[in-house]
Ligand binder design. Structure first.
Ligand code: SAH
Length: 304
């Protein structure tokens, strides 16, 4: 041991080594993991809630970031993977108004200019109804270099955790992802629900729970059968996930009776019936599938 290296020094050195280790992207197998550089912002999807649904690029970023700016729907457990980073909350909590989008975008610019490795962590996928596009544009307009890391969006992964496949050969050849809120917080009246209903057998609605009555009415008025199955999945993939199965005509009343609120994803269409066979979480808990042939095909799934 060199002169003057007290145990306090040694401890500090080890701590730094540990810190460097956390920052060391080459410690992952598979090679060539990108290194986060100072002054960059990586915009990353955290998935719908279960931390295991983050990508490996996301994990690589968590391990290197100096600062993480995260949203309301990002689970705290994910942040435990980044003890070296400063964690800045930029979402809505306890009824307080959400941090203004402009303030968040400019904060990212500021942090990058201060020479930080900035990880902007957003729920689901950053480019799906998440304003990631706007944030990325602001960064580019300010000359900040960016990297985008996609994530699993709630409308796909969240429904999968409820046992609902968003596409299935016997059900649909298209799926529409639609928001129940426009930029002003109202139901987007400009949406042509009749065309959406005609054009796609399965409709996945984000941010729709508040306006579920108007939305389901408009879909029925557009020609969809009032008895079509609907699922409302709240806190999908979280430990507190709740699923309500209903129909287009009953959805609003059932949601009200259940007291379910945001965040929830709504799925309309026969894909919802498949949950009777594919509710894998219930099966893992020992329940039998409710049906082995929920689409009434009368033949095994592998026979086309
Ligand atoms: N970028 C996100 C969506 C952000 S918009 C994504 O790709 O998933 C926020 C809306 O997404 C919520 O109001 C809700 O409709 C949906 N959402 C996000 N996470 C969810 C979750 N874990 N469970 C249910 N809905 C969720």
């Amino acid at each position: 041991m060199g002169k003057g290296l007290s145990s306090a020094h040694l401890f500090a050195a080890l701590k730094n080594r540990h810190k460097r280790g956390m920052n060391d992207s080459v410690s992952f197998p598979g090679g060539n993991w990108p290194e986060m550089r100072t002054g960059w912002v990586w915009l990353c999807g955290a998935g719908p809630g279960d931390p295991g649904l983050m990508t490996l690029h996301g994990l690589n970023a968590l391990r290197q970031a100096d600062v993480i700016v995260y949203d309301a729907l990002v689970g705290d457990r994910l942040l435990e993977w980044a003890p070296q980073a400063e964690h800045i909350y930029a979402g809505k909590r306890g009824g307080k108004p959400s941090s203004k989008q402009r303030d968040i975008s400019l904060r990212l610019v500021e942090l990058a200019r201060a020479g930080k490795r900035v990880l902007r962590l957003k729920g689901g996928d950053p480019f799906v109804f998440g304003r990631g596009g706007e944030e990325a544009q602001t960064l580019v307009q300010h000359g900040i270099p960016i990297r985008i890391i996609p994530g699993i969006t709630a409308g796909v992964g969240g429904l999968a955790y409820a046992g609902i496949p968003v596409t299935h050969r016997d059900v649909n050849q298209s799926v529409t992802f639609v928001t129940g809120h426009d930029a002003s917080g109202n139901t987007p009246c400009g949406l042509d629900w009749a065309a959406i209903g005609r054009g796609s057998e399965v409709i996945v609605i984000y941010m729709g729970i508040k306006h579920i009555a108007q939305i389901t009415e408009a879909i029925i008025a557009g020609g969809r059968h009032p008895d079509e199955p609907v699922a409302v999945v709240r806190y999908a993939t979280h430990e507190t996930q709740e699923v309500l199965e209903t129909t287009l005509s009953r959805a609003a009343a059932d949601v009200e009776a259940s007291g379910m609120g945001a965040p929830a994803i709504i799925c309309v269409g026969r894909a919802v019936s498949l949950r009777q066979a594919l509710d894998w979480q219930a099966m893992a808990a020992g329940e039998a599938p409710r049906s082995l042939d929920p689409l009434d095909r009368g033949r095994p799934a592998e026979v086309s």
